[in-house]
Design a protein around this ligand. Structure first.
Ligand code: SAM
Ligand code: SF4
Ligand code: SF4
Length: 337
């Protein structure tokens, strides 16, 4: 199959696969407790794609041009035996997979890092929003301590995984933690990436005032540690890369709100129940599980994929406005970051 492009000539390169919609955290910007409470109905086991179904779809996506796969959630490490899926996917290098990674809140890494590495995972991204326990616990909202995420990061490094750290920055919530986080990870080989708080979903009470523009962060950081920009590794890289002039390593900023990058967006997202989303801000996905379970052939599934991507015209962040604010949108915990 020839590489697909959408209506804006964007190829399909990255696939994010959500393996569960459940999470052991209730980050206020992602799964606020008031919405994701005791009575929230999560997907049932039989609704989730099986590992075999995920692998089959992954092969078809690779044939359509995907080279990078990221496992996400919810919290992906809550999915039982995830290392088996990692092992099935890491065997797809001959099919064109060049990069397999995972985004996690880090809580289960001490138990899982070794098995993930043995299964063929090379890299992980760990989310951590502050080094201050009061701030971090008010954000994860389940009283999860910073020290245990740091243990997870250490376990990943010891297992031989390369680690990046993601920090979502919210004004007046954790922007006071930015300098401490930078200082903690300078010189460690870990790339810290600052993410602008996004209006994903409709439950996190997003307001533009809560966003700290990436440029403001770069100005603050470079006043203390001068920074130089680094060329992107590949077209469509979401993080703007910078390095400390004193040689203490690299950071990234993901300015999805103030500097949208839809023009280069080559990402598709597969939800845990097999719906394909062509934009993080889409209201609906397209069902792939139905055809898969009804016996569609690889050719039929590839043709469906081709139609979905070929019709894609999404560029929500470039259009973000009062009008788009009121449209329904899928929740982040449903399709991953
Ligand atoms: N549970 C895992 C974790 O937290 O790393 C993986 C799933 S989580 C949805 C993926 C990433 O999305 C995390 O780094 C998280 O901080 C980020 N995220 C969630 N909601 C966000 C929002 N409203 N704005 C920006 N980033 C967000
Ligand atoms: Fe869970 Fe990750 Fe969402 Fe936090 S950001 S609630 S850890 S899925
Ligand atoms: Fe891609 Fe949609 Fe984000 Fe634009 S808004 S960068 S199209 S996911």
């Amino acid at each position: 199959m020839t590489a697909l492009t959408d209506t804006l000539a964007r190829p399909l390169r990255d696939l994010r696969i959500s393996v569960t919609d459940r999470c052991n955290f209730r980050c206020t910007y992602c799964m606020p407790k008031e919405v994701f409470g005791h009575d929230f109905v999560f997907l049932r086991r039989e609704q989730l794609l099986t590992f075999e179904e995920i692998e089959r779809l992954a092969r078809l996506f690779l044939a359509a041009g995907v080279t990078k796969i990221r496992l996400t959630g919810g919290e992906p490490l809550l999915r039982r035996d995830l290392e088996s899926l990692v092992s099935m996917l890491s065997a797809l290098q001959p099919q064109g997979l060049t990069d397999l990674t995972l985004t996690t809140n880090g809580s289960l890494l001490p138990a899982k890092a070794g098995a993930l590495r043995d299964a063929g995972l090379d890299r992980v991204t760990v989310s951590l929003d502050s080094l201050d326990d009061d701030v971090f616990q008010s954000m994860n909202d389940v009283r999860f301590p910073v020290a245990r995420v740091l243990e997870g990061i250490e376990a990943a490094q010891q297992a031989g995984l390369s680690v990046k750290v993601n920090m979502v920055v919210k004004r007046n919530v954790n922007d006071g933690s930015v300098m401490d986080m930078a200082e903690r990870f300078r010189g460690t080989g870990i790339i810290l990436r600052f993410i602008e708080f996004m209006d994903v979903g409709t439950t996190n009470g997003w307001r533009l005032d809560d966003v700290v523009p990436a440029q403001e962060l770069v100005d603050r950081l470079s006043a203390r540690w001068p920074l130089e920009s680094v060329a992107p590794r590949y077209p469509g890289e979401v993080a703007n890369r910078l390095r400390y002039a004193d040689g203490a390593g690299e950071i990234g900023v993901i300015a999805s709100v103030t500097r949208p990058f839809c023009g280069d967006c080559t990402r598709a997202r597969l939800s845990a129940e097999g719906e394909l989303y062509t934009c993080l801000f889409a209201a609906h996905g397209r069902d792939l599980r139905g055809p898969l379970r009804e016996g569609a052939t690889d050719q039929q599934l590839a043709a469906l994929l081709g139609r979905i991507w070929g019709n894609r015209g999404d560029r929500y962040s470039e259009l973000r406005s009062a009008e788009t604010r009121d449209r329904p949108r899928v929740e982040m915990s449903h399709i991953g970051g």
